[in-house]
Ligand binder design. Structure first.
Ligand code: IMP
Length: 442
């Protein structure tokens, strides 16, 4: 049975939440493998609108097992708040949510250090979400992190907390000159979280591998996007986790041989939140129009997203580093009514043409995008559910995306609702039409 990884191909916010929600119908298990509550996505279904940060959106379906893998950094306060909000809307959360005891915790001092560090950087700040993600992963790599499973051992938890606070309070008070934290207060707060979360903790690698052995379908839900990946993104303007497909194995304890395919999600244009290079950014009324029509404001921080044209170089790079077998293109409807559309096919810098992502951040920051101009379409694509119903110009635009991304399109999203979707091929459904048939159906 297929095990599929879904990743973002741009700088996050590609609409992965909706795609995962659609695919989750045919999955038995949905697992998050990296990031934390910096992620945010909205799922709109017939019942209500739901915002997710840590819990896989598969929780909306009955009978699906949702897992928070070891690669995730868990802010227990944010997680409990999300559980409460979902339960208040009638979503059942019990044995269907399992958290890895190997996942690292986000502690209050992580958020304080991030805030102080960002403030001290001034114009060189990364523009983080302020959720303590970077400092928590830094502690993990420095081998001083506190893990979810440590909550079950109060003595060990307290010892680690004391050791960490001795160092972190020094940073906060002496270097950044802000208040530190009291051991007792944090200890009591986290013991309260332990009470609430202890029944959800498990060795999720065992749970997942058992499910795979039983032939169940596992959906690996990526957060952020390839260009925010700590290795493959626009470093240092990235998040601190492995958001590319490779992170799905290290972040869950499932070996690469168990993965059948990778699907990348790309918005029909490009957006970015926070600082860092963005070659196709539009700082004019066209960009403002995309921001307004696309409701491009972050689900986590509410920050406006920077908007720009579709960048073929960016997405082709994602096809390569993720080994993507297919693409889901989202928000096509946002482009309705544009007279013409530009699509980036390369970058020019110091007289040189780049057809692949330059590894040098300075080149990326200074380059000129090379554009191809395609005609727009007048007729609305909003809510289209069949490829045939799309205007010919929209089909041509999608064909060009496919060519530039070097990856076939399986899904096209034409609105925020579940049913506003064109599924050419569902990589998780048991009766899977061959790629050729999907093409002919067009
Ligand atoms: P952090 O993940 O909070 O450390 O932020 C690092 C960078 O990643 C910042 O530019 C954030 O805006 C960006 N980022 C983090 N999570 C998301 C997301 O879910 N969508 C889009 N950008 C994100």
């Amino acid at each position: 049975m297929p095990n599929l990884i879904v990743v973002g191909t741009q700088w996050g916010d590609e609409g992965k939440g909706k795609i995962v929600d659609i695919l989750a119908r045919d999955a038995d298990v949905v697992v998050r493998f990296q990031g934390g509550s910096n992620a945010g996505h909205t799922v709109v279904n017939a019942r209500d609108t739901f915002v997710f940060h840590l819990i896989p959106s598969g929780i909306l379906y009955r009978g699906k097992l949702c897992i928070i893998g070891n690669g995730v950094v868990v802010d227990p306060e944010a997680l409990i708040d999300e559980m409460d909000r979902l339960q208040a809307k009638g979503v059942e959360i019990g044995k269907n949510l399992v958290i890895s005891h190997r996942a690292h915790l986000i502690m209050p001092y992580h958020k304080a250090i991030e805030k102080a560090s960002e403030q001290s950087k001034g114009s060189r700040r990364i523009g983080t979400t302020g959720r303590g993600i970077g400092p928590s992963y830094a502690d993990k790599m420095a081998r001083i992190g506190i893990r979810v499973g440590d909550l079950l051992n109060p003595g060990l938890f307290r010892q680690k907390l004391e050791e960490n606070l001795a160092e972190m309070n020094c940073f906060l008070e002496r270097l950044y000159q802000v208040s530190g934290f009291q051991v007792e207060k944090v200890f009591q707060q986290y013991m309260g979280y332990a009470e609430r979360l202890k029944s959800c903790m498990a060795d999720t690698s065992v749970v997942l591998n058992r499910a795979i052995e039983q032939g169940k379908n596992v959906l690996f839900e990526g957060a952020q996007g390839t260009h925010l990946d700590v290795d493959f993104g626009t470093y240092p303007f990235v998040t601190s986790s492995s958001a590319a497909a490779g992170g799905a194995c290290t972040g869950t304890g499932v070996g690469p041989t168990a993965i059948d395919a990778v699907m990348g999600v790309a918005k029909a244009y490009t957006t970015r939140v926070g600082s860092g290079p963005f070659p196709t950014e539009l700082k004019d009324e066209v960009g403002e129009g995309l921001q307004e029509r696309g409701k491009e404001f972050g689900a986590t921080t509410g920050r406006p997203r920077r908007c720009g044209w579709f960048d073929g170089v960016l997405v082709r790079y994602a096809t390569r580093v993720n080994g993507m077998a297919s693409l889901a293109v989202t928000k096509l409807d946002v482009l309705d009514g544009c007279r013409e559309l530009k699509i980036c096919t390369g970058y020019r810098h110091a007289g040189r043409l780049y057809k692949e992502m330059p590894g040098d951040l300075q080149v990326l920051s200074e380059c000129e995008p090379v554009y191809e101009v395609l005609p727009g379409w007048r007729n609305a694509t909003t809510g289209a559910t069949s490829y045939k119903a799309l205007p010919p110009q929209a089909k041509r635009y999608l064909d060009r995306i496919e060519e530039l991304a070097a990856c076939p399109i399986d899904i096209i999203s034409t609105g925020s609702r579940r049913d506003e979707t064109i599924v050419l091929r569902n990589p998780l459904a048991s009766a899977r039409p061959k790629r050729g048939r999907a093409r002919n159906a067009r």
